[in-house]
Design a protein around this ligand. Sequence first.
Ligand SMILES: Cc1ncc(COP(=O)(O)O)c(C=O)c1O
Length: 439
Amino acid sequence: MTHYPETFETSRRLYERACKVMPGGNTRTTVYINPFPIYVTRGEGCRVWDVDGQVFYDCINNFTAMIHGYTQPEMNAAVTDQLALGTAFGAPTLSEIELAELLIERLPAMDQIRFANSGTEGVMMAIKAARAYTNRPKIVKIEGAYHGSYDFAEVSLDSSPSNWGDMPASTAYAKGTPEGVLNDVLVVPFNDVEALKAVFAAHGETIAGVLIDPMPNRAGLIPARKDYLEALVEIAHGAGALVIFDEVISFRLGYSGAQGLWGIRPDLTALGKIIGGGFPVGAVAGRADVMAVFDPSRGKPALPHGGTFTANPVTMRAGLAAMRALTPEAFAHLDALGEFLRNGVNAALEKVGLPGRCVGLGSLFKVHFTSGPITDYRSVYPGPVEKKRLDAFHKGLLNRGVLSASYGLFALSTPMTMEDAGNILQAIEDTLAEIAAAG
Ligand SMILES: Cc1ncc(COP(=O)(O)O)c(C=O)c1O
């Protein structure tokens, strides 16, 4: 059995080497694990191998991006073919039209799309497009929701009882965040219609849009109520503001993403992760009249946007292969895996007598070690006991050959079989029993 950190000596040595040339040995905060991260050499199907030769079921899948796991044949073929033709040009290629057509066909409320290199950039463009279209400065976002590394999107990402206030307050995530950013981002609790009404009553004429992830991962992976999303659209539109769906993660919930699942028609949608087939990607899609802010064909657009590697043909072709493989049958398979694991985890929590619940939808789930009702960011904000259990859960699974995100997120992939899901569940059951025994 692997045992962290003892059986990860090569990772430890690589981390020490990294510390000399990168701050804290790290170039991506999300992959840091204390005392050192696990360095990976390769992946195949739903498994990854680390530099110490240990093998794991990968339930992180590059933070949900690798929906087909690793070395998927059609994606590999598309990429190797493109490598021989050239990887990036100062000119458009056919591949961007093909991926745009596929995505627009899957998202009936979206007329047009524009690519970028990360989900962060997709969200940023969506916010800027809403501002440019409405000529208003403010956005509304959900407390605790993550939308990438962009000042405006980061407001109140890690609010805590010491600063979150009643309204809630708009809190800075990074030191040095300009006051102007905090003033222009209004924060509301998730799934709370009255709070939305209040914020629009106070600021309606200056709000450009509401940014919402219908199942915000960092805010608890709690699915939005349909009536809440319907009210949100009505309230925003009533005030002349736009609705921006962040589907960077939630697009993996179904053939038409979360908006298809909930039956909601947002004005703009930010995309990323799975649409790049394992390569850096982002996008903003939207109604034609809103997307016109980017249109350079009639002089300087209201919102110019560039990007050296935007829509590079490697990403576009890998993305096209990945999305084509995401058939309705593939989504049904992912849903079945997710349902089996969510039910199994909840049963295991009950069996060992630990307070907690497994939440999520489709191929995503998350475990909260809390006994109260799970409604929003504050309801799952971990206290010291929950933090300790989350850490023990993460490390216990690592020791049983399952990689999950350190904050409790699991993302499944199409190459996983029901037998794999059974093995993952067994590891979860054993880990929960160990945590319960430790008290
Ligand atoms: C909901 C959501 N939006 C935006 C982003 C930013 O995407 P990227 O990391 O590609 O910049 C993420 C990344 O995890 C995300 O989860």
